[in-house]
Design a protein around this ligand. Structure first.
Ligand code: KIV
Length: 304
């Protein structure tokens, strides 16, 4: 199965002219985008159809985030998410977006206990789901995990600021770096991650002033979710962007569609049609083949 995933053709469907060969962006291209001042567009995806839409839209990176716990499974947070769930969703996304840089998100307790756990579980993302990089939460305190994964030859994206897996310690889902003391901790984490050799960094829910400072200082792409405009690229949760997640909407989200509204309206119409016997109509039926209706009528009349 793994080899079949890795063998997926590098095809991209473009607006005109059908499928075309196109080079997939790797970490070097993403780093080049930073140097050229080109913004990187990053979105989460959890399933095959959404991944196909995102690849067609031309996103540069896809994150199969552990936010799938809330957005797909209806958990109250990310903590219950398992490695097996992440792998299944990464496989689906990989199939939908063979030509896009995919990042697998290490779920809670897949790396917290030891460097060995971190390497083994990061390796599963690559071997079983053919992702391009893995992301893990934390700064200074997970540096040995980051180094161990890098030593095993994988691409790492750090994630600091608001780290949902440890939101209990942070006193909830709260923005970080809003005081000098807190900002210094975020900067120390960022420096430690870059010094360890991580190739990418995500800042979540930190003030734009702090994010801009980190982005200017670090040589690696610094992406933001809720970190303002002065970063190398933006990440949003696709369920927020498309309006499929209804429980709450963070301040930093821009909603580009109301798929929940469109879906509920369509499904309400379906229910109405069924109850009114307005669906199905003749065009939705498979009629008997020519001549078979008469034979069937005879069979019915014969009562056999
Ligand atoms: O799981 C996820 O989608 C994330 C983002 C919230 C940064 O980690």
């Amino acid at each position: 199965m793994t080899s079949a995933l890795h063998a997926l053709p590098a095809l991209r469907f473009v607006d005109q002219g059908g499928p075309q060969l196109s080079a997939k962006k790797g970490v070097l291209e993403l780093q080049q985008m930073k140097r050229a001042g080109e913004k990187i567009a990053w979105l989460t995806a959890y399933d095959y159809p959404t991944a196909t839409f995102e690849e067609q839209a031309g996103v540069d990176m896809i994150l199969v985030g552990d936010s799938l716990g809330m957005c797909v499974y209806g958990y109250p947070g990310t903590v219950p998410v398992t490695m097996d769930q992440c792998i299944v969703h990464c496989e689906a996304v990989r199939r939908g977006a063979p030509n896009t840089f995919v990042v697998g998100d290490m779920p809670f307790m897949s790396y917290q206990a030891s460097d060995e756990d971190a390497v083994r579980n990061a390796g599963r993302f690559l071997k079983e789901a053919a992702v391009d990089a893995i992301k893990l939460e934390g700064g200074v305190r997970v540096i040995s995990r980051i180094k161990a994964i890098l030593d095993a030859g994988m691409v790492v994206c750090g994630h600091i600021g608001l780290t949902p897996q440890s939101s209990g310690q942070l006193g909830g889902h709260k923005a970080q770096g809003r005081t000098l003391e807190s900002a210094r901790l975020v900067v120390e984490d960022a420096r430690a991650i870059a010094a360890a050799g991580a190739q990418l960094l995500l800042l979540e829910a930190v003030p734009p002033e702090v994010a801009a400072f980190i982005r200017a200082e670090l040589p690696i792409p610094v992406l933001g979710i809720g970190a303002g405009a002065e970063v190398d690229g933006q990440l949003l949760i696709v369920s927020d962007v498309l309006g499929t997640f209804q429980a709450f909407t963070p301040k930093f989200v821009k909603k580009y569609a109301d798929i929940a509204g469109v879906s509920v309206a369509a499904l309400t119409e379906y229910v109405r049609d069924v109850r009114a016997a307005a669906f199905p109509e003749d065009e939705h039926c498979y009629h008997m083949l020519e001549g078979e209706e008469e034979r069937f009528a005879a069979f019915v009349e014969g009562g056999v």
